[in-house]
Each structure stands twice: as structure tokens, then as C-alpha cells.
Design a protein around this ligand. Structure first.
Ligand SMILES: NC(=O)c1ccc[n+]([C@@H]2O[C@H](COP(=O)([O-])OP(=O)(O)OC[C@H]3O[C@@H](n4cnc5c(N)ncnc54)[C@H](O)[C@@H]3O)[C@@H](O)[C@H]2O)c1
Length: 331
């Protein structure tokens, strides 16, 4: 597997570190001398992982894919962002540039770092260019689409490639069992917005190898995230716990008890960062509806989690939230 490219002499030392020939004490010394010229996450890179990761390919450049690609490039990885829809890809490119520019203006990164990070992302609509050590798929929440894509990628990549799915609710085991090399498939569930949210749920499927779990847990740390290992159960942890937040709020609207603005205002005043309707608009009403349906079906249709016809209407009317300019609110 190719070595991670090093950008300067300090990077070369990091590479030596990753072979394991320098002890932690040495690493700390390098950190001291390297000062701020290299990110701690890059320095700790090869101590948390069994494999050398040079390139990460993110598939789907929508709400999540775009953010995950930014995270990956910021952590120093060569990043491929693959998307079917050219217009979505262009939008992702502009969004990543804008986010990095904002960070530079806030002095969180230098302009030079901004340029370097941006240059690390290769934007493409050509699947043949999706060659990487780790593939993180963030396409629509549909098992057939994900399985089909991963199998296309398996055909052109090495059999060591890790397939991480960002699914919010689908069974990682079912996805993994239908692709080549199921031991390489794992859930890597980022949260929205990916550059800001620290948590990543790592979902071990039935056949995921322990080595892949270790690698992906290490990778999540290298990306500056906090990995939490979860069972492959419907909605994992966060989406299972969060489901009633949306469904019960929608019930109040169905029953005409109040309106969505009031629910959001009340819950925000009670301390929630975002009311459920604002949050659904941020997530995307199509994705949130798919996740609601998937969790409901996998749990054998409990009445308390029955998806709302309002969600269905939003999807049919293409009122998907922020990404289409209109959801419950206008953007
Ligand atoms: N939106 C959220 O808050 C959120 C949070 C965590 C996880 N997720 C999960 O992440 C995944 C993506 O969600 P999203 O909100 O980014 O969706 P999105 O609709 O914003 O983006 C999905 C993108 O995938 C593209 N796509 C579809 N099929 C493709 C293919 N075969 N190859 C390449 N691109 C393809 C679409 O054109 C679209 O741009 C879903 O599995 C979702 O459950 C979403």
C-alpha cells in the first residue's frame, strides 16, 4: 500500500513514527519541535491504526458527504469526493471552500492551510477514480443503492479496502453480507454537520473483522472525532433515542394541538439546541423520513414510532429542508 505523502520534513519524521520505530517519548519531542506546523491528529496517525491510509473516498456529496470530505482533507488525507450529480458536486465544492474560508477568517486555520486542505480534495463524477484505502459512503438512505455502489467499488479496488457506511438506520450486516468481502464492511455514522459534531458511531456488523473495527476506530480519532462502538441495531443509539423527538412532535401537528413554530420555540427554550422541525429541515426531510420508516419496520411497526403522513407529504412536495430551500421553514 502506498505511503501517506509527506508534506515537509516533519511529515517524514511522522512517517518514521508510523513504522513503530520511535517510541511515544520521541513523538512528544517531535511535537514540541514541530510546534504548530503539524496537527496533533496527524502526529498520532499511525499509532491508532493497523493500516496505512493514504486516500479516503467519500461517496455522495450531499449534506453529509460534503462535510465528511472536509473533515478528511482537514485531517491530512487525500480525499476523493464522488457524486453522481454534477450540480450537487459543484455545490459541495463551493460549500467546502466557504467553510474553510470562514475558518481562515476566524483564524482557526491560516490561508495557506486552507489552500492545502482544499487542494487535498479531488471532486469527481467518475467512479473509476474512486480508488482508496477507505471508502465512506454517504449516498441516499436506500439499501439497494448503497449495496450496488459498494459492489461497483469493490470491483475496482483492492480486497483490503474498508467499506464504511454512513447509514443512519439500515442494518450494516445486511449491507455487508451483500457485498464482496463482508469482513471489510462497517458502519461509520457521522453526525450533521460533520465538521462540527464530534461523535461517530462505529457499527460492527456480523462479519466485520476485529482489525477493521480497530482501524476505523483509530481513523475516527485521526479525524478528530470521538468514536463510540455500537451494536448493529435499528437506528444504533442516537437515532433510536432521537426518533420520538421527531415523531411525537409530528403527532401534535397531526392532531392540530399546536403549530411547529411553537413546538420548536418551546423545546429550544427548554434547552434543546434545535427544535425538532428545524432539526428535520437540517437533516433533510427525505433522509429523516427514510430513517423513520426503516427504524419503524425493523422494530416490527410499534405504533409509537409510526412515521407521520406529514413527513411523507414533505418528501412528495420536495420540501426537503435546507438543501432545497424549503421544508417546514423557508431558507
Ligand atoms: N442528513 C443527516 O443529518 C445525516 C446524518 C447522519 C447520517 N446520514 C446518512 O448519510 C447518508 C447521506 O445522507 P445525506 O443527508 O447526505 O443525503 P443527501 O440527499 O444530502 O445526499 C446524498 C447524495 O448521494 C448522491 N447519490 C445517490 N446515489 C449515488 C451513487 N450511486 N453514487 C454517488 N452519489 C450518489 C445523491 O445525488 C445525493 O447528492 C444517508 O445514509 C443518511 O442516512 C444523514
Amino acid at each position: 500500500m502506498p505511503k501517506r505523502p509527506v508534506e515537509d520534513a516533519t511529515g517524514a519524521v511522522v512517517w518514521v513514527c508510523c513504522t513503530g520505530s520511535i517510541f511515544w517519548f520521541g513523538l512528544e519531542k517531535i511535537r514540541e519541535t514541530a510546534g504548530k506546523s503539524i496537527r496533533p491528529s496527524i502526529l498520532s496517525l499511525h499509532f491508532t491504526s493497523n493500516m496505512i491510509i493514504n486516500t479516503i473516498c467519500v461517496c455522495g456529496a450531499g449534506t453529509m458527504g460534503s462535510g465528511i470530505a472536509q473533515v478528511s482533507a482537514t485531517a491530512g488525507f487525500n480525499t476523493i469526493l464522488y457524486e453522481l450529480n454534477q450540480a450537487v458536486l459543484e455545490k459541495a465544492k463551493m460549500s467546502i471552500e466557504k467553510n474553510l474560508q470562514t475558518l481562515a477568517e476566524k483564524n482557526k486555520i491560516t490561508l495557506e492551510e486552507k489552500e492545502k486542505i482544499f487542494q487535498r480534495v479531488h471532486f469527481t463524477t467518475d467512479i473509476k477514480e474512486c480508488i482508496a484505502e477507505v471508502i465512506i459512503e454517504a449516498v441516499i438512505e436506500n439499501p439497494e443503492t448503497k449495496i450496488d455502489l459498494l459492489n461497483q467499488l469493490a470491483a475496482i479496488n483492492s480486497n483490503k479496502v474498508i467499506f464504511a457506511t454512513n447509514t443512519s438506520s439500515l442494518s450494516v450486516t445486511e449491507i455487508g453480507n451483500k457485498i464482496l468481502n463482508p469482513q471489510q464492511a462497517i458502519g461509520m455514522h457521522f453526525f450533521n454537520p460533520a465538521p462540527l459534531m464530534k461523535l461517530v458511531e462505529i457499527v460492527k456488523a456480523e462479519k466485520t473483522s476485529d482489525l477493521v473495527v480497530q482501524d476505523v476506530t483509530g481513523l475516527a480519532r485521526q479525524l478528530g472525532k470521538i468514536p463510540v462502538i455500537c451494536k448493529d441495531s435499528p437506528g444504533f443509539i442516537v437515532n433510536r433515542v432521537a426518533r420520538p423527538y421527531y415523531i411525537e412532535s409530528l403527532r401534535l401537528i397531526e392532531e392540530a394541538e399546536t403549530n411547529f413554530e411553537t413546538i420548536d420555540a418551546l423545546l429550544e427554550s427548554a434547552g434543546f439546541k434545535m427544535g425538532p422541525f428545524k432539526l428535520m429541515d437540517l437533516i433533510g426531510n427525505d433522509i429523516n423520513y427514510s430513517v423513520s420508516c426503516s427504524i419503524y419496520e425493523q422494530l416490527n411497526n410499534p405504533e409509537r414510532l409510526r412515521p407521520s403522513f406529514i413527513q411523507k407529504e414533505k418528501v412528495e412536495n420536495k420540501e426537503l429542508g435546507k438543501k432545497t430551500g424549503k421544508g417546514y421553514y423557508q431558507y
